[in-house]
Design a protein around this ligand. Sequence first.
Ligand SMILES: [Zn+2]
Length: 266
Amino acid sequence: MCSETTVAEEPNYNCPKCKDEGGYLVRKKAGETTLLQNGTEVILQYDTEEWQQCECAKIRQLNRLIKSSAITEEFQKMSFKNFSTDDVHPKVVEMKSKANQYYAAFDEIRGFRQNSIMLIGQPGCGKTHLLTAISNYLMHAKQVQVLYFPYKDGMNNIASNNFERKNEIMDRMKEVEVLFIDDLFKPIGGKVDVKPWQTEVIFEVVNYRYLNNKPLLISSELSLDDMLYIDEALTSRLFEMAQDFTVTIPKDMKVNYRLRKVFEHR
Ligand SMILES: [Zn+2]
């Protein structure tokens, strides 16, 4: 017997626009134009319903392309609630509160130039966790599309097969409602090694988003000085866009969550 109280649960779709169908039907009236598969435009003789691919399908494709599966699974679990601030550096507490404020202000500021957030400095203190939490809330609660671009893997993807998909990926990075660049200019083996084509890609994308007031979520373990040294024009745009929501975590071993576990067990 199904006598338990039925709890009406909020449907939890990744994309509330199309309810994860990948598209939706759009009504078209006779006299309107439609595109045939071969690209020709024709005038409709009758009222009709057309299947329209949802934006999220393209983003999902790209997210699949760029993300490693480990990140994909972990991604959805990250929230503000499970970001612990017990016994952490005060700057980490500040960082969480900034992330909260940013999410609360998002609707108000998204169309303006100062519409972005940048968490920089010490690796391992939860920058990615907080920006991922913001991404999750934006996607699920506000139906905002977020493209996740982990710098190192994303750059490898752009370069793969002789830059075959470079333009496609860059177009999506420019046009998506919110772009999350994780670990910008990530050093390899403690050394910053950024190729000119990589700064060109990032600058072109950031500059486009700067000019069109499109929000960015940025994490980087470099300091602003390091970033200025790599590309001044790029860094000044990032700094302007994220000026109200920039937190720098000082380089201090004790701030590092992953390392803290090691210290505790000594
Ligand atoms: Zn959709």
